[in-house]
Each structure stands twice: as structure tokens, then as C-alpha cells.
Design a protein around this ligand. Sequence first.
Ligand SMILES: NC(=O)c1ccc[n+]([C@@H]2O[C@H](COP(=O)([O-])OP(=O)(O)OC[C@H]3O[C@@H](n4cnc5c(N)ncnc54)[C@H](O)[C@@H]3O)[C@@H](O)[C@H]2O)c1
Length: 332
Amino acid sequence: MRGFPTLHSLYGMAIRPNRLPLRMELLYIRVGSLHFLELQMKDFKDKVAVVTGAASGIGRGMAETFVAAGMKVVLSDIEQRPLEETTRLLLAAGADVHAVLTDVSKSDQVNNLAKQTLSKYGAVHVLCNNAGIGGLSGDGNGTSWTSSLDDWHWILGVNLMGVVHGIRSFLPIMIEQDTEAHIVNTASLAGLIAAGTLYGTSKFAVVGLSENVYLELQRGGFKPKVSVLCPSFVDTNIMNSNRNRPAEFAIETSAHAEPVAAAMREWVTEQCKRGLSPRAVGEQVLAAIRDERFYILTHPEFNPIIELRMKDILSGANPTLRPPPSVAARDG
Ligand SMILES: NC(=O)c1ccc[n+]([C@@H]2O[C@H](COP(=O)([O-])OP(=O)(O)OC[C@H]3O[C@@H](n4cnc5c(N)ncnc54)[C@H](O)[C@@H]3O)[C@@H](O)[C@H]2O)c1
């Protein structure tokens, strides 16, 4: 049909609708909305999800939520024992799950995760790039210049490159598959406001990466969707991340050299204990996939701090200095 726009070309034009003649614009809305309804992931039964960092905390909460929604789940983690234990418990409860030991900082291992997923289930509909580390000594008040390069390399390798590897290994498969698909990248509230130099740098990058991938997919008219998860405190093992510190990044910045850093660490540990349950976060992630919501902000009580940062940027003010928690607590 010469001169008649294909669905793909209509999607392409969606980013510049002012160039469409009125008649075609209406057609686009009608065809586009029908197509949109068809593609939205509403029914999770038998869909395939892959979760990295699934043996603990938020990843495990997502895996449990997906299983409860009837999905098949590939559980991946760097820690073998907890991965086996999580898999055993879910299998015993009747879930269809499969474990793949994976270090997300290694691209060949994430490629292997994708390969294993396809050979086990033949498709992938949801990928949660969730594995991450925090609670390093360089977080909180460890400064950018005193933290060891090993701290920097480790945290960026897992928290940022782990997400990059997930995107590079899985998105081509999802695009080729041409079905509804969704990638959820776990960032943090610390990816939206300054809250810990090393960790925050990795999480700001994940937010920026996710926004760009979302737009790349929109521009190309591809079906996969993207969300970025930005939680505040969740009751997990994050403050014990050093359990996974690889020998190649052995030089740790001393956590307790500065009293402020030690106080900050203690305070964050306590806040995590009082934080949301991982399962509650998993439920919010499932809802966001269903609603095709990009930003997943699990702790609305922190929105005023995000707003303050945005206002500082737009008003030309400098970043607002917030007192460290110990001082803030003393001052009431
Ligand atoms: N807990 C919080 O308060 C909080 C807040 C915001 C964001 N997050 C983010 O949530 C994600 C999950 O962390 P969590 O809080 O559940 O902590 P967690 O330590 O309980 O779980 C993290 C999981 O990732 C795994 N992991 C670590 N390094 C890995 C690697 N190289 N390859 C594969 N797996 C690896 C760990 O073994 C663990 O099972 C992280 O990205 C973290 O930054 C956590």
C-alpha cells in the first residue's frame, strides 16, 4: 500500500505529531491506542521474569511477587548458598523457578544468564536489573577523594555496569521477540538526591541510563518498556554488602576512621531495619509494570527532598546542605 503509513512508521511519527496531516494523526491515535492496549502487560500468568540479586532483599521480594502472579522466574545472584536456598523454598511452594549463578559485573556471565533463560523458558518478558551493593565505607561521609579506587571500581562495576550488561544482553532478545516486555532497573532515592558519594554516583547514573533507554525505545517504536525503581530504606542485607567483596577489589576505605562516617553508617543500618519490606517493594514493581509507569517512587514521604533539589536547580541556588543524621537527631 504505497503512501499508506505502516504501524512502525506511525510510531516513528509519534515523536513529531505536528508534522502529520490531521487525517493521519487521527488514524495514528486510533490505530496507536488499539495497538497499545494489545501490548500492555496485564496478564502475568506464564510470563518469564529474570531477577538479578534475587537471593536476598528487594530481588527476592520481586521474585516472590512475580511467582505469586503466576510467572516463571529465573533467579540469579552471585551468592550460591542463598541462591540455592531461595530457589529450593520457591520450588517447594510449587513455583516454576530456575537458578543461574551470575556476577552482573561480568558481561560474559550476564550473556550466559540470557542464554540460560532462553534455553529453559524460550522467552523473556521482564528483566529486573536489581543486583547491587551499598553500605561501603565510602558511602555516607566517606568522601570522593578519600575513598579507595577499589571501592569506586567495585561499586560502579556492580551498580552501574551490572545494569548496562543486563540491557546489552537482554534488550536485543526482547526487541527480536517482538512481544510485550519490560525492564526494571533498581536505582535508589540516592539516584535522585545527593545521599552518599560513591553509591549516589552509581545510582544517579542508573536513573540517567534508564531515562535514555526509555526514550531510545520510544523513538525506535520498539515494544519493550523501562522503569526505574527509586526506593528509600528497605529492610534488606544491603549494609552487609562487603560479604560479596571480590579479592580483586580488596583495598577498602576505612569505614570508621571518621566518627561522622561511623554515625552515618549506624543510622542508615537502623533506618533500613525500620524500612519497607522487600515484598512490599516487589508488589509496587509489579503494579508499575502493569501500569507502564517509569518512575517507581516507593517512599512518597521523601518527595519534598526531591522537590527541594529540583527547585535548587531551577532557581539557580546551590545544593542545600542537609546536616548528618546524628547532628539532626540531636537538634530535634
Ligand atoms: N535496601 C535499601 O534500603 C535500598 C534502597 C534503595 C535501593 N536499593 C537497591 O536495591 C538493590 C537490591 O539491594 P538490597 O537492598 O535488596 O540488598 P541485599 O544485599 O539484600 O540484596 C542484594 C543482592 O545482590 C546480590 N549481589 C551483590 N553483588 C552482586 C553481583 N556482582 N552480581 C550478582 N548479584 C550480586 C547479593 O548477593 C544480594 O543477594 C540494590 O541495587 C540496592 O542498591 C536498596
